[in-house]
Design a binder for this molecule. Sequence first.
Ligand code: NAP
Length: 484
Amino acid sequence: MVSRVIPVDPFDLVIFGGTGDLARRKILPGLYRRFWDGQMPRDAHVIGAARTAQDDAGYRQFVREAIETFVAPDKRDAETIEAFLAMVRYVAVDATGTEGWDTLAAMVRPDTIHAFYFSVSPSLFGGIAERLHGHGIATPDARIVVEKPFGHDLASARELNATLAHSFDEHQIYRIDHYLGKETVQNLMAVRFANVLFEPLWNAQYVDHVQITVAETVGVEGRGAYYDKSGAMRDMVQNHLMQLLCLIAMEPPSRFEPDAVRDEKLKVIRALDPVAPGDIVRGQYRGRDDEPGYLEAAENPDSTTESFVAMKVHVSNWRWAGTPFYMRTGKRLRARVSEIAVVFKDPPHSIFGEDGKRRGNVLAIRLQPDEGMTMRVTIKEPGPGGMRLVEVPLDMSFAEALGEHAADMPDAYERLIMDVIRGNQTLFMRGDEVEAAWAWTDPVIAGWESRGDRPLPYDPGGAGPEDALMLLHRDGRRWREIEG
Ligand code: NAP
């Protein structure tokens, strides 16, 4: 299979926060990889913008180090790096002041695509939007890319949407959720809507339940104080897990176009029932040996912020009535894995007696560590000895299907940035979607706060608190193993 790279048009991309961690680890190496693959044209400009005073040469050194650190050796050579760096520029601007804005205005070329990546603290989004508008830098076709978190609750998300709307139309705003940029997530839509096989079964009649798991092995060290203001519900469920749930549960859009897809996702969020207090479990990891527990890492011994959450969710519509969606995410768990499992019902009758019972198919969609899909099917165990059944995976692993090209798959950030340049918002969240997700999340958090609920402690290296297992056990189901 040959990978096809379609080059994008020339562009000017300004990265506010161009000296920050996200720019260094993801955005700049990602752009370089697109350049290496021939997708990024040689007359593009990448302009780093931050307060630090430095010249182009200083910033190019920063970019070079980012490439050398985060790009695999087989995708870089001195000549390509030099050619890429020739497109890189720097401007010192203050998002809250006046410095640098006229210089930036003079740097962006009038007749090219303009994209402005807000890779800074959300408190600076409004100031940057206002100044881009005020200095006439943003043309009506300019795009802004907005990082997470998009608000802290419904009120702040609304305020942020309103602030951005002062200077930009919705069609110019690209709210990033990098989960949507993953190959598997898009493949999920291809599997659902480009085959006749799955969609007829994709409903409450045939699907017993759905599991969505995003497990991390790391704790909150280094960003404990920041995380403590957020927690798993805000940091992961409101955005990433919610987006995955939407893609599984949504109706087929009439076209693979931004508003058609986003309209369907919005309907799912609006169809979510409020979560009953008994259907949600929160946890906080304990310390082990010399590894600090959550409370120590967050430097807040009284913290009630959760590092783990598991819940049962209902999508109240004709398609899904009676099929629960179980979601869980947490830190310091057994393995780093993101996975969606669509668990189909058992066959209605077993002609093979006991052996044929409880043989539901499972479609497992894995986002990390190895992106791919497997379908669990039941077959006859090969060989003599009568009819014995065995479950085997039908593997749709991309690595195998794509062979040597598997390593060339762009990562989520670089794919999404190219979509921004192409002006394609399909994989970005619309303002009303984000607000609807907060409108569902807020009462859950408010409930914890009003009841004074405390998260349950759990040991690192496992699957979270025991009560999270019970959430499924009591329904006669079980979580899939968390394994990398
Ligand atoms: P960071 O490492 O703290 O970098 C912040 C950047 O903003 C620096 O380049 C800083 O440079 C610049 N900056 C700060 N104040 C400024 C001002 N007044 N005017 C202009 N520039 C200013 O942050 P980060 O980790 O890269 O995160 C950036 C954004 O991405 C945040 O919204 C974060 O939530 C989001 N995000 C980050 C990650 C990640 O892995 N890092 C993942 C997901 C989302 P100067 O100090 O030189 O101004």
